[in-house]
Design a protein around this ligand. Structure first.
Ligand code: CA
Length: 358
């Protein structure tokens, strides 16, 4: 079994167990909160955003006017679209655009000029909007991390003082930066005791950092009653890999991994599973990383497309985590002089959203 294969079978939580106290620094967090200058977006695909005209055209609570009958209603992402007039409406889940016509929706109000409106709440990308209720969202539209939603370090781990994350211009950024002692300590943002949920759909739109030693991730965890902490890893990447498997020769991530641990990583009798997915350069643009968690199944999506599912029952609520960690024994290796530091090499997050299943 190759080194990377044996590593994959061990996974995240086992490393924390194996490394023990060492991981208290490797998994550590801190409380510095800084804003950053926005890197150029010119080379990146457009990111999902709210309608820009919502203030001017809001059509009652929760619906934004889109267009009139016979025209095409266009928007970003997947939304529920309402078609009709005079309180008589037909509804349809659509992605990016939909013709505002009776041919598409049926005719809820014959003989009346109708319009299309889009729901004010986003839906899981490329999924049926009618099946989900939005329960959590952070679009990172402020200038600091929203402390009502996020903790700046994982529970039970001391905070470091590194200047290594910030919120500005619609993005959360987490970047590699040493703390005041010169150590690279993990920055793990969590919704522990602020938001947790059993089942649902969880989605992050982000682009990944590059370079040796970095271990960016988006995951779910229940640490309320250990041992046997169930875990769903939606995205883990290893841009520092030198074998060509997880990263290209410039240490840009070209693959990421999804996994789950029914009763906790490294626990006996835990049903586990994982799936690496080969991709384009994940540092070159924004992509949507998501999981649909049902009572007896987990299904993983990349840019709205299913790439892995497994039958597993996990019923304990989990909270959200987004981070860069620095693992000494994972394929990304160690930070060295080639690793780009600072805000220009960030895990850059446009949004994190969660929905409950209807
Ligand atoms: Ca945003």
């Amino acid at each position: 079994m190759s080194k990377k294969t044996s590593w994959r079978t061990i996974g995240r939580g086992s490393w924390c167990a194996l490394l023990g106290a060492m991981m208290f620094s490797a998994c550590g967090g801190s409380d510095a909160e800084r804003t950053s200058t926005e890197a150029s977006q010119s080379s990146s695909p457009s990111v999902e955003s709210e309608p820009t005209d919502r203030a001017a055209t809001a059509d009652g609570a929760g619906w934004y006017a889109c267009t009139t009958e016979g025209k095409t209603c266009s928007f970003v992402g997947t939304r529920m679209v309402r078609y009709g007039a005079d309180g008589k409406y037909a509804y349809k889940s659509a992605t990016k655009s939909v013709p505002c016509t009776s041919d598409v929706f049926g005719d809820p109000a014959p003989g009346v000029a109708k319009t299309c409106s889009i729901s004010s709440t986003p839906s899981p990308y490329l999924q049926d909007a009618a099946q989900y209720t939005l329960t959590f969202r952070d679009e990172f539209s402020g200038t600091t991390l929203d402390a009502s939603k996020w903790n700046d370090h994982i529970v039970h781990v001391p905070a470091s003082d590194a200047d290594d994350y910030g919120v500005s211009n619609g993005f959360l950024k987490i970047w590699p930066q040493a703390d005041s002692t010169g150590e690279f300590k993990s920055r793990i943002l969590t919704t522990y005791q602020k938001f947790s949920q059993a089942y649902g759909y969880f989605e992050m739109e982000a682009k990944l950092p590059v370079g040796r030693g970095l271990w960016p991730a988006f995951w779910l965890l229940n640490s309320d009653s250990p041992p046997g902490e169930p875990e769903i890893d939606i995205m883990e990447a290893y841009p520092g890999d030198d074998t060509g498997y997880w990263a290209d020769s410039n240490h840009h991530p070209i693959r990421f991994e999804a996994s789950f641990y029914e009763k906790g990583n490294g626990q006996e009798n835990s049903k586990n599973g994982n799936k690496p997915l080969e991709t384009v350069d994940l540092s070159a643009g924004f992509h949507k990383y998501a999981v649909k968690w049902e009572p007896n199944k987990v299904s993983y999506y990349f840019d709205g497309k299913l790439f892995y599912s497994a039958d597993v029952s996990m019923s304990r609520p989990m909270y959200l985590l987004v981070d860069i960690q620095y693992g000494n024994n994972n394929p990304s290796g160690n930070v060295d002089s080639t690793t780009p530091l600072g805000p220009d090499n960030s895990l850059q997050v446009n949004y994190i959203r969660a929905w409950q299943l209807k």
